[in-house]
Write a protein that binds this ligand. Sequence first.
Ligand SMILES: [Zn+2]
Length: 253
Amino acid sequence: MKPFVLKETNWKTVKDQKFELAVLPWGATEAHNYHLPYATDDIMVQKIAEESAQSAWDKGAKVIVLPSIPFGVNTGQLDIRLNINLNPSTQFAILNDIIDVLNRHEIYKFMIMNGHGGNDFKQIIRELGFRYPKMFICSCNWFQSFKGSDFFENSGDHADEMETSIMLHVAPELVLPLSEAGNGDCKKFKIKAFREKWAWTERKWTRITRDTGIGDPSKATPEKGEKCFHEIVNKVSKLMIELSDADINDMYE
Ligand SMILES: [Zn+2]
């Protein structure tokens, strides 16, 4: 029973506990090449949030991890069997309701821990910040907290060497043998500006990849996953501590 994980703790503990920062892990339910489970993003973001909160809590941070949201924005993948799409407007409604509760209970710092590339909370945070002026609302993408080439040989976007390695570390029982995986080959945009990423449009997933993966997972190992996982937890726990200690009326220097 961890006092910083809401789904495990109880009212006896929570009713008198002061929390500074609430963290909401947000995943997705989608195919991850042939070898990783649909819940890959959700499993990873929960593990990272809880492990980071453990380390932050041990150093005095008053953080509470909320139950994760298992569905993400998958509008470009609706032709992939049982990929579950949650529209951005639904995400707005969910966040509005959660923030309303936090605001009532005077937990004014809130971080969305995002684990899925299709989720993008910036504009939602702008609008909710405007609606709840007492709240400090932020998000982080754990998958951008480190340099992939420090840990992995092959880069990728989805069900790649990085995700496969981390899953082999945190939930190996849910990973099929790598011999079952596709090679994660993907097509690129013909138009240069999209390849350079200064112009953007959504990718039609099944037109760019055959196995739903983007990035070759064949060199994944649990050892690489463990190293990277610890680096991520290090970074995220520091962020949680800094947010817990921060004065939200004095954020700039
Ligand atoms: Zn993923």
